[in-house]
Design a protein around this ligand. Structure first.
Ligand SMILES: NC(=O)c1ccc[n+]([C@@H]2O[C@H](COP(=O)([O-])OP(=O)(O)OC[C@H]3O[C@@H](n4cnc5c(N)ncnc54)[C@H](OP(=O)(O)O)[C@@H]3O)[C@@H](O)[C@H]2O)c1
Length: 250
């Protein structure tokens, strides 16, 4: 089998679309309308649960589904599978059928505008998490998707954006330091590039532009009785990762 190597200019990849500009300083006052991505995922389900428990806000969940009804059902099923669903949650959740890999998150112009007018805070946790897929495959969801979320954060009022990724994004690494960069196997550039975009758009001297917060999921609290589930999830990922590696190198 021959392997072709495609050179990717990572520094160019990390440049945020210059048309995306926040017009105002973000407001960090109480949030009544929160957008959460990736709520059907492992981390996202617990994040949704905690947001419902710890705030009074309405939570808007962007879910890959054909319509809002199916999106809500998918959320319900996912939280039920972790024994954290409560029927009362239905009134506090608005499920939005969308797709991170699509322009405007798969929404129409009007839907995107309406959402950006309504939302106060964004938790961007959705991602295509796959340890062996190439950058070219993951880019549309993880990098372009994050750019669309930043666009939403900047449109209308500027919203605080909590970015869930890997702990690696918090370390100061130079994009040009390819060796160090590529050694960060578990995050790969995928996790780092959106963070670079966020950092690039924030300047210490210009408070109106610094709206990003990088959040580290290792600090996220998983309910103690559910830690077994977390272990199982990790184990499933490890098994899948190991079999992908075997397939790739055999
Ligand atoms: N789990 C951990 O221990 C851990 C550790 C370190 C970092 N993280 C980070 O935390 C974040 C979430 O990880 P996770 O483990 O919860 O991943 P996950 O279980 O695979 O969940 C990913 C979520 O993203 C959604 N998603 C994927 N592609 C999408 C698309 N095109 N449009 C809309 N939604 C899409 C998935 O929706 P579907 O249901 O439609 O697939 C799912 O809700 C990632 O950034 C990951 O790197 C997690």
């Amino acid at each position: 089998m021959t392997r072709s190597t495609v050179k990717i200019n990572l520094e160019a990849e990390a440049i945020l679309d210059p048309t995306i500009q926040p017009n105002t300083a973000p407001s960090f006052s109480q949030s009544n309308h929160i957008l959460l991505t990736g709520a059907t995922g492992f981390l996202g389900a617990f994040l949704l649960y905690e947001l419902l428990q710890q705030t009074q806000a309405k939570i808007y969940c962007l879910v890959r589904s054909p319509n809002p009804q199916a999106a809500l059902q998918k959320l319900r099923d996912r939280l039920r599978s972790y024994n954290i669903w409560q029927d009362a949650f239905s009134d506090r959740i608005e499920a939005i059928a969308g797709d991170l890999s699509q322009p405007l998150l798969g929404l129409t112009d009007a839907q995107f505008q309406e959402l950006s007018d309504r939302i106060d805070t964004i938790y961007h946790n959705g991602a295509w998490v796959h340890h062996t897929s190439p950058y070219s495959l993951l880019k549309s969801t993880n990098v372009n998707g994050t750019q669309e979320v930043i666009k939403l954060a900047c449109q209308s009022k500027t919203k605080p954006l909590h970015f869930i990724s890997s702990i690696s994004v918090l370390q100061p690494i130079k994009l040009s330091d390819r060796k160090l960069f590529m050694s960060k196997i578990h995050s790969t550039p995928i996790a780092f590039l959106p963070a670079a975009m966020l950092k690039a758009n924030g300047s210490q001297n210009d408070s109106s532009r610094s709206f990003a917060i990088a959040a580290c999921p290792f600090r996220f609290t998983v309910l103690e009785q559910l830690q077994d589930i977390a272990r199982q999830e990790f184990l499933t990922r490890m098994i899948s990762f190991t079999s992908s590696c075997r397939a790739a190198f055999s």
